[in-house]
Design a protein around this ligand. Structure first.
Ligand code: ZN
Length: 107
């Protein structure tokens, strides 16, 4: 192995060409990896993916929370009012988490 080259093993996206992974042919710039595969950069990317998946989960939770409000409200019964209030609280809690996650991701 040539030490001037990046150590990353890459799996070709173009599957028609080859199924076999090969070594990245870019020049290593730092810690034995090229710019694209530097561990710091990979970490950054993974953190980004994680944030995105947290946001997607929360968006789903928010939909569920909204559906829960409707489910109780649709009964149109006074006895259900505390349940509605509870469902709204739940909704707002998820909304706050989602807003925080989005703000974090926008940094
Ligand atoms: Zn590389």
């Amino acid at each position: 192995m040539n030490d001037d080259r990046c150590h990353e093993t890459v799996y070709p996206r173009d599957r028609a060409r080859s199924f076999h992974p090969h070594c990245c042919s870019r020049k290593a710039v730092k810690d034995g990896f090229c710019k694209q595969h530097s561990p710091a950069k990979q970490k950054e990317k993974e953190a980004g993916w994680k944030r995105e998946s947290v946001i997607r989960d929360l968006e789903y939770d928010l939909e569920e929370a909204a559906a829960a409000i409707v489910k109780v409200a649709i009964k149109r019964r006074v006895e259900c009012l505390p349940k509605i209030a509870k469902a709204v609280d739940g909704y707002l809690a998820v909304k706050a988490k989602l807003d925080a996650a989005r703000q974090e991701a926008a940094k």
